[in-house]
Design a protein around this ligand. Structure first.
Ligand code: FPP
Length: 251
């Protein structure tokens, strides 16, 4: 039996370790275009996209970034051709099954955000298993947004709070930003500091609408399958040059 060599990414010398984002979010766009440019079916782009995501996750962990959230499937993505939707669902399931041992070995805690009840049952089971098995891992928090929509998340938080008010368990004036955050899928997690979107689109596409309020946004023309560690290094350099004021003035 051969054991795979463990790849470790060293933090580039020009990045300041104390000024790294704690949480990076990614919109992995451009898989279809990457495949089309090579005369390949779109699904090949998604396959390659998984490799890119795995490398980025390792790199984040090795460089000391505490959390990575990836937008894998939006509530709008159901509108794609059925063959592509089916392929993506099967891909998520297969990747989860294949990578579970590696996530354990690499101390990755995986979580999912989105309306998971609408996913195929076999995928829900695989998700449940991976989430439970990895729940005590502490190397990095990896969140996968699957059947996720930011507006839908906000509406479900409103419903949950309204139900508590209706039952007399909560007063409207007790609803604060903190309490509201606790009713989102991302309760208890730090908001992203940096959002990366590949393939040049200047939109957030219904991703983490509440949580991205103060995130720095980095858009690159690179297509997701080509987004390697050197591209990530560039994104972090750009992030470290930003002046994060959170609406205040500099002293
Ligand atoms: C966007 O590119 C990409 C997606 C909708 C799917 C992304 C999913 C993965 C990379 C798999 C992740 C797997 C796990 C288990 C987390 P696009 O199809 O919109 O590309 P285009 O804009 O060029 O058409």
């Amino acid at each position: 039996m051969t054991t795979k060599p463990v790849v470790r990414y060293a933090l580039p010398a020009d990045l300041q370790p104390d000024r790294l984002p704690q949480h990076v979010a990614v919109i992995m766009d451009g898989n279809g275009r990457w495949a089309k440019r090579r005369g390949l079916p779109r699904i090949m782009g998604h396959r390659r996209g998984v490799d890119t995501l795995k490398t980025l996750l390792r790199c984040c962990r090795d460089w000391g970034i505490r959390a990575l959230t990836a937008y894998a499937f939006s509530t709008e993505n159901w509108g794609r051709p059925i063959e592509e939707v089916d392929f993506l669902m099967a891909l998520f399931e297969r990747v989860l099954r294949q990578e579970l041992m590696e996530m354990m070995a690499e101390d990755v805690r995986i979580r999912f955000v989105g309306n998971l009840a609408a996913l195929p049952l076999s995928l829900q089971e695989e998700i449940e298993l991976a989430v439970t098995e990895t729940k005590d891992n502490q190397g990095i928090n990896f969140t996968v947004a699957t059947n996720y929509g930011g507006r839908q998340e906000i509406v479900q938080a409103c419903r949950s709070l309204a139900t508590q008010v209706q039952r007399g368990e909560l007063k409207p004036e007790e609803i604060t930003e903190d309490l509201f955050s606790q009713h989102l899928y991302t309760a208890d997690s730090h908001d992203p500091d940096l959002l990366i979107r590949t393939s040049g689109e200047m939109r957030i596409s219904n991703f983490l609408l509440w949580q991205l309020a103060y995130a720095e946004i980095y858009v690159t023309d690179t297509l997701w399958p080509d987004f390697d560690t050197s591209e990530f290094h560039h994104a972090l350099l750009a992030y470290q040059q930003r002046d994060r004021r959170f609406g205040k003035l500099n002293s």
